[in-house]
Design a protein around this ligand. Structure first.
Ligand SMILES: NC(=O)C1=CN([C@@H]2O[C@H](COP(=O)(O)OP(=O)(O)OC[C@H]3O[C@@H](n4cnc5c(N)ncnc54)[C@H](OP(=O)(O)O)[C@@H]3O)[C@@H](O)[C@H]2O)C=CC1
Ligand SMILES: O=C(O)CCC(=O)C(=O)O
Length: 231
């Protein structure tokens, strides 16, 4: 979401119809945006991953993760998975692809990135070939960048046991078929990345109520919705 654009839409609409914050979501916080919206999609991805692994008697802690994309969705998913004790062993964006068998120190990587550093220059990992990322050994693969990245070319080589569709349609229909035959569990995007649109709905609810929720309340409600949708 581009918050400034949403602010312009809100402002233009309100000129003609009076103060109407509920007309659009993804607004800046001081114009009625929701706390927790920035992290929401990545947080929802983490909750979805937790629910799926639990179904198989596993947990985030003790599992290994490979993440493509370190933007809004990927960086939040990486941080929250790291906080839960998950080991992010490889990660990539356009600026580079890196790995560390012992687990990447995600908060240190965030600091490096926020200071303007590129992934390839991060000291806590080694650089690897981008083409190896999606077929890297791991328990859980999280494509958090683009659509169509898993296709008939690379799907046969995927080693992950679980794929969380954090980006929109990262797995094309041919890949889906190949992965299913291999016994890879693919959690669909319509559920896995719904955290963003859920918190946008919460933003609308707060605007209608004329009330702002604490971030803890937003996260708790998001957890509740993600869990009940999984069931
Ligand atoms: N943000 C949200 O709330 C939601 C997002 N989504 C979906 O999630 C996906 C990611 O969105 P979002 O995180 O917001 O987008 P961002 O633009 O914030 O991040 C995209 C990330 O993908 C990386 N990337 C782009 N191309 C490649 C590539 N070829 N190989 C590796 N990495 C690449 C970018 O790298 P670099 O920074 O180097 O350019 C960046 O790290 C999209 O499919 C989006 O539709 C779905 C639901 C909600
Ligand atoms: O914020 C929203 O309402 C939806 C966001 C979303 O789904 C996206 O960015 O792809």
């Amino acid at each position: 979401i581009h918050r400034q654009t949403m602010a312009w839409i809100f402002d233009e609409y309100s000129k003609f119809h009076g103060h109407s914050p509920a007309v659009v979501t993804g607004k800046p916080i001081d114009l009625g945006g929701s706390l927790g919206r920035d992290a929401a999609t990545g947080r929802g991805v983490m909750y979805a991953t937790e629910a799926l692994l639990a179904e198989y008697g596993k947990s985030i802690s003790g599992s290994t993760f490979v993440i493509q994309g370190f933007g809004n969705v990927g960086s939040w998913a990486a941080q929250l998975i790291h906080e839960k004790g998950g080991k992010v062993i490889a990660l990539g964006d356009v600026s580079g692809t890196i790995r560390n068998k012992a687990g990447i120190d995600v908060p240190a990587l965030m600091k490096h990135r926020n200071e303007g550093g590129q992934l390839k220059d991060f000291h806590g990992a080694e650089v690897m070939d981008a083409s190896e990322l999606l077929v890297h050994e791991c328990d859980v693969l999280l494509p958090c960048a683009l659509g169509g990245v898993l296709n008939r070319e690379n799907a046969p080589d995927v080693k992950a046991k679980f794929i969380i569709e954090a980006a929109n349609h990262p797995t094309d229909p041919e890949a889906d078929e190949i992965l299913t035959k291999k016994g890879v569990v693919v959690l669909p995007d319509i559920y896995a990345n719904a955290g963003g649109v859920i918190v946008s709905y919460f933003e609308w609810v707060q605007n209608i109520q004329g009330f702002m929720w604490e971030e803890e309340k937003v996260n708790m409600e998001l957890h509740k919705y993600m869990n009940s949708a999984f069931q």
